[in-house]
Write a protein that binds this ligand. Sequence first.
Ligand SMILES: [Zn+2]
Length: 228
Amino acid sequence: MASRPRERPANTNLYRAIIDEAHKHGMKVFAHTTNLADAKDLLRAGLDGFAHMVRDRDIDDEMLAAVKQRPNTFFQQTLWGERLSFYASKPAWVDEPILRETFSPEEIRLLGESFAGPENPAARAQGATNLRNIAKLKAAGARFVLGTDTGGVSGGQYFGLGSHIELELLVSRGGLTPMEAILAGTRNAAQVLGLDQLGAVAAGKSADSTRDASIRSICAAPRSRAPN
Ligand SMILES: [Zn+2]
């Protein structure tokens, strides 16, 4: 959840060489970092995408200018990974019947109990910074791609559910429109991975589809198959 302190300063010459060499071979480079200073320099170095948001401090004008110069660089918000920052108590969706189709009673119990931990002001502050930075990046026209940290330290093993709750949080906390959130998980994600056949319902694509109802009410999307 909280950013781990960096073990040593990032080697700027090393990551420049990695980015340059990767690009010569048609490969993209993504960074797992959460601090503003590194993010700004990685943007200058030509990074393709960020696996997390800057959340150690508010994004400044210098970074916003760099983002505008590199509009194809993407950002993942990983609000699922930071979910304990956003809920004051166990959210109702933990007890929804559809979870029992995928997760064991033990997994659901552990998930529910995770929300009962002690208050963590530092994590809550980072979550709030993340949300402010989403708004700034959105205003600057940045590209958002859905990512959850599921499988990571803070994400747990709740594959599938994490993506649905990420969608919901992008709208309810992150200020994206439902369509912007869905595009983050479909069109934008396909584009950054170079999956030309996926990500949209359009001529020439392989017709992956999204539910119209999900667009109208993103908060219903995770449980759209659940009995009422
Ligand atoms: Zn991570």
